[in-house]
Design a protein around this ligand. Structure first.
Ligand SMILES: *[C@@H]1O[C@H](CO)[C@@H](O)[C@H](O)[C@H]1NC(C)=O
Ligand SMILES: *[C@@H]1O[C@H](CO)[C@@H](O)[C@H](O)[C@H]1NC(C)=O
Ligand SMILES: *[C@@H]1O[C@H](CO)[C@@H](O)[C@H](O)[C@H]1NC(C)=O
Ligand SMILES: *[C@@H]1O[C@H](CO)[C@@H](O)[C@H](O)[C@H]1NC(C)=O
Ligand SMILES: *[C@@H]1O[C@H](CO)[C@@H](O)[C@H](O)[C@H]1NC(C)=O
Ligand SMILES: *[C@@H]1O[C@H](CO)[C@@H](O)[C@H](O)[C@H]1NC(C)=O
Ligand SMILES: *[C@@H]1O[C@H](CO)[C@@H](O)[C@H](O)[C@H]1NC(C)=O
Length: 604
């Protein structure tokens, strides 16, 4: 066993012992040597899951709405000429690419459910997938990789997640539809025969560049790990006073374990990486993920509602202080999301139940703090159009909300947040798969129970996701563009200001820097303004881009289901017209939410 692996295993054990003694007595699901003394895994795990969703018929309408959202995103906001979403900034563009690649994976695995009703069915489907995939590959060149190198450590890591997601799509699409393994060597058989039967999907040609970029940015981000302060953890940005925040550390866990699980290995040609080869399943990635997770869970970044707060400063008034002792209590939706992919991945790499359990605890905390009762499967507060339900910590009326949504004051950063949450909730709730670890034995009975308990817990969330999705669908304008504040229509389009939105914006130690910038005080050590990370291109809001016809074309390709006339019409006084209005980021949020609804209602 490699040293790193041993270290990872030991660290894993410490996690189990220190945080959930009761879970650690269960027999491991994956093992290299049969355990001596352990309890069988019970049928009920992961807290009080209420499987009130049951086995329902999948509603194809959800898939149609999902691809309508995708068609509008790509048709109205993507510029094929530049290979960018021009109104995005670097990091929000990386998030859009991630969500589009995820949606492609969904499309690939859902194609079988869709009947295009003509003899050219396969041709149209393949063209649809390739059409969208070519936009993803185009954006590989559109991405301003040079600018992002100099940005904060969180910015860099969105790039890693984006290209890993693209690799996952290519793998899934190939496995499902093109399982050939022809490698260009036609000896012994007719070349034509091999080509027609065995050629892998053309997208495989992109795996190496995607892997390369993910690797380069993972290495750049790894410089953010620091042990001089707070005994570990990633710092947010090399350009400001050290601040150890939830997002940078969640990204580190998620990016590292995703590299461990999905990075296919490259033989390096990048000058910045030396001439080493980088293998797949490199234990260094797993060790980094475990170390990051231990630090994050050990330092307590959650509040009394179980939600992640924003991060820790080091009090500089105490001479020689190295402790993370000044906590910022601001709560954002994306901080509840990114870690879910990390927890899911850590489970896949170890079979340790605690990771999944902590993920479900977080999801339940979020759902509860939107004012939704999972037991009764309904909002805790009555929804009366024209009245704003009370704020419950991260939403109201059962709808996920950032603190800037109701007042229409979200920055470009904050407009991206809720979609990030739902992208990672989707990843967390994918059906569990047995370990792909070499030399590991799977306890098939134990695995079946864990898989069942996980699926049933995830099903208990679907009605809440549906409640959000239906509200969000109601915010679309006549072009099919999603608004930012999903609750707007549900609450009767009440238009409120920041002082009327029911949120205590002046709560102690709470700095909404992602919307209003950092204060120029001793704690933050200087002014930072959201969106000041170099914009990728001067945006024009996507109003008059070339190629905007692709929206209509795609819509009709995606089965011609929903015509523009079917959309709700914008009304005067629409709360979602305030502030930055509808943007590529809000569209991406709608897509991520709809995809979550489709995927989670499928996985029985
Ligand atoms: C092609 O196949 C032949 C016969 O199996 C083998 O000897 C040769 O090494 C292969 N070439 C490559 C490039 O894999
Ligand atoms: C890298 O090179 C090694 C040995 O030269 C080879 O076995 C391996 O398959 C290569 N990996 C990739 C991803 O090309
Ligand atoms: C973390 O901090 C919050 C708020 O101070 C507190 O309510 C909670 O109990 C703490 N959690 C742990 C595990 O210490
Ligand atoms: C769930 O939300 C209710 C109110 O909406 C609150 O009273 C309760 O403390 C929350 N539970 C947890 C575990 O956060
Ligand atoms: C605010 O931060 C200070 C300094 O860390 C701390 O003493 C105080 O308890 C915090 N207040 C709240 C409400 O979190
Ligand atoms: C949630 O619903 C259950 C079942 O209807 C009820 O017993 C419980 O009191 C509700 N909890 C809250 C916080 O409303
Ligand atoms: C809210 O505005 C939307 C348009 O954005 C409109 O379709 C809907 O009917 C309005 N709802 C209410 C209750 O006024």
């Amino acid at each position: 066993m490699a040293r790193n692996e041993l270290l990872a295993g030991l660290l894993g054990l410490v996690v189990v012992l220190s945080r959930a003694a009761e879970l650690s007595s269960y027999c491991p699901v994956f093992y290299t040597e049969p355990p001596a003394d352990c309890e069988p895994i019970p049928d009920t795990l992961f807290g009080p899951a209420v499987d009130n969703f049951g086995h329902r018929e999948p509603d194809i309408g959800i898939l149609e709405d999902t691809f309508d959202a995708l068609a509008v995103l790509q048709g109205d906001y993507f510029d094929l000429h530049d290979g960018t979403w021009p109104s995005a900034i670097d990091w929000t563009g990386a998030v859009v690419e991630t969500v589009v690649a995820g949606a492609l994976r969904t499309l690939s695995s859902s194609l079988g459910r869709v009947d295009l009703g003509n003899l050219k069915d396969w041709k149209a489907k393949e063209n649809l997938v390739s059409f969208l995939f070519s936009q993803v590959t185009r954006s590989y060149y559109g991405q301003d990789a040079t600018a992002i190198r100099d940005q904060a450590y969180d910015d860099m890591q969105w790039v890693v997640l984006g290209w890993i997601e693209a690799i996952r799509f290519v793998s899934v699409h190939s496995t499902l539809h093109y399982p050939g393994n022809y490698d260009g060597n036609a000896t012994g058989a007719s070349r034509l025969e091999l080509v027609s039967d065995e050629l892998p999907w053309h997208g495989n040609n992109w795996i190496s560049p995607f892997a390369h970029r993910a690797l380069v940015f993972w290495h750049l981000a790894s410089r953010g790990w620091d042990e001089k302060l707070c005994h570990g953890g990633m710092i947010w940005s090399p350009h400001v006073t050290p601040y150890k925040n939830a997002i940078t550390n969640e990204l580190w866990v998620t990016a590292s374990i995703s590299m461990y699980l999905y990075f296919p290995g490259v033989n390096s040609t990048a000058p910045s990486l030396g001439s080493d080869d980088f293998p797949e399943r490199d234990p260094a990635f797993k060790a980094a993920a475990i170390q990051g997770y231990e630090w994050l869970m050990g330092i307590n970044m959650t509040n009394s509602q179980g939600l992640f707060v924003d991060g820790y400063h080091v009090n500089s008034e105490v001479p020689g202080n190295v402790e993370c002792d000044v906590r910022d209590e601001m709560v954002y939706t994306y901080n509840q999301g990114v870690i879910l992919t990390g927890q899911r991945g850590l489970w896949a790499a170890s079979g340790i139940l605690l990771y999944l359990n902590e993920g479900h605890d977080l999801v339940r905390s979020v759902i509860n703090a939107t004012g939704w009762n999972l037991t009764s499967n309904s909002p805790v507060d009555g929804i009366i159009p024209g009245q704003l339900p009370p704020w419950r910590g991260i939403g109201r009326g059962g709808i996920l909300e950032d603190e800037c949504d109701a007042s229409g004051e979200c920055s470009q950063d904050a407009q991206t947040f809720k979609g990030i949450f739902f992208h990672h909730l989707t990843a967390f709730c994918e059906p569990l798969e047995p370990s792909g670890e070499v030399g590991v034995t799977v306890d098939t009975d134990g695995f079946r129970r864990v898989r069942g308990a996980h699926a049933s817990a995830c099903r208990s969330y679907v009605d809440w996701v549906q409640h959000n999705a239906e509200a969000a669908l109601g915010t679309r304008d006549s072009h099919g563009r999603f608004g930012m504040w999903w609750g707007a229509g549900l609450f009767g389009n009440v238009t409120v200001s920041r002082s009327e939105d029911g949120i205590d914006h002046s709560a102690a130690n709470t700095t909404d820097y992602r919307n209003h910038g950092t204060p120029d005080d001793d704690i933050w050590g200087g002014r930072w303004v959201p969106g000041s990370g170099a914009p990728s291109r001067t945006g024009n809001g996507g109003e008059s881009l070339p190629y905007s016809d692709a929206g209509g074309e795609l819509r009709s390709m995606v089965l011609g289901i929903r015509t523009a006339a079917g959309h709700r019409h914008r009304v005067v006084g629409d709360p979602n017209d305030r502030g930055r209005g509808r943007t590529v980021e809000t569209q991406n949020g709608g897509l991520a939410l709809l995809r979550a609804y489709w995927e989670m209602s499928q996985s029985n």
